[in-house]
Design a protein around this ligand. Structure first.
Ligand code: F6P
Length: 325
């Protein structure tokens, strides 16, 4: 491996900058020429590829977002798009790529490296959704949970003062990871997850039980990917049959993607970026670096994308029920 480029693609996630910094500095430490690609795969196609040095990544560790910018690029799904990207990499004499992103990013990376085998590719899981196999935690997930609980704590203050029931929708396209952990950490009365069906009857029974034991407020977290309705929809169904509380809805939205990364995400981004470059130097390709237990492990992009395990911990699911009575 001679020259390595790094890019961020898909939804941004806090900790991506820590990952970029670690990739650039580890590559420079090993004597490689390093490049940053702006706006993900779009930058590859548009030849927006810039040389980077150790100082290009100074003072970014604490910053949310991604200094390289990101995009969701449809053109990279086409053969023409991929060929243009390949020609631009060749023109810059780049033979290795580190891609930081989620499943869309890895799907593109896998196809690209199958088509052009002389470009070695390693992925870093960067998404607040935590929906990839092969890493217990993805970059940005921990910070997003912290952001969500900070918001819910504030909502709890006003909910409690007014004796209100709040439905709070949190992100997670197909994943209830943010919902489950933020629900536990904020003492939510109920958590509605895409992975697990909760009937409106059961939800109402839970809220009634809380009301009968004098709960002055209640918080219901609804994961964005919940299959049986979003927060507004569920709130309406509950309100029609249970009017003990005044009901309100808050959609937290994109604020969950911003903010300074937690220490966990800064350290995770650093470890994964460092490991990604070492993996390339050791001749690895088409793999993802991830955290399993407290160790950095490699998983094939194929497995990361196609292994669909239930990522919600059983003990957390059970505990959330018990502690919210
Ligand atoms: O994948 C991260 C995520 O924030 C999801 O939770 C959400 O569904 C999606 O991205 C939103 O994407 P966009 O910012 O493109 O609207």
């Amino acid at each position: 491996i001679k020259n390595i480029a790094v890019l961020t693609s898909g939804g941004d996630a806090p900790g991506m900058n820590a990952g970029i910094r670690a990739v650039i500095r580890t590559g420079i430490f090993h004597g490689r020429n390093m490049f940053g690609v702006q706006q993900g795969y779009r930058g590859l196609i548009e030849n927006n590829i810039i040389p980077m040095n150790a100082r290009s990544v100074s003072n970014i560790l604490h910053m949310g977002g991604t200094i390289l910018k990101t995009a969701r690029c449809l053109e990279f799904k086409t053969d023409e798009g991929m060929e243009t990207a390949y020609r631009n990499l060749q023109a810059n004499d780049i033979d290795a790529l580190v891609v930081i992103g989620g499943d869309g990013t890895f799907t593109g990376a896998k196809r690209f490296s199958e088509k052009f085998e002389d470009i070695k590719v390693i992925g870093i899981p960067g998404t607040i959704d935590n929906d990839l196999y092969g890493s217990d935690f993805t970059l940005g997930y921990d910070t997003a949970i912290n952001t969500v609980i900070e918001a819910i704590d504030k909502i709890r203050d006003t909910a409690d003062s007014h004796d209100r029931l709040f439905f709070i929708e949190v992100m997670g396209r197909d994943s209830g990871c943010i919902a489950l952990r933020s629900g536990i950490a904020s003492g939510a009365e109920a958590i509605l997850l895409p992975e697990k069906f909760t009937s409106v009857e059961d939800l109402i029974a839970k809220l009634e039980s809380g009301a009968s034991t004098k709960k002055s407020s209640s918080i219901v977290i609804v994961a964005e990917g919940h299959k049986h309705g979003g927060a507004y929809d569920i709130a309406k169904q509950v309100e029609e049959r249970f009017d003990y509380y005044d009901t309100k809805v808050t959609i937290l939205g994109h604020l969950q993607r911003g903010g300074s990364p937690s220490s966990f995400d800064r350290i995770l981004g650093s470890r994964l970026g460092y490991a990604a470059v070492n993996a390339l130097i050791n001749g690895e390709t088409r793999k993802m670096v991830g955290l399993r237990g407290n160790e950095i492990k490699l998983t094939s992009l194929e497995d990361a994308l196609n292994t669909h395990t239930f990522k919600l911990e059983d003990d957390l699911l059970e505990m959330a029920q018990v502690l919210s009575i």
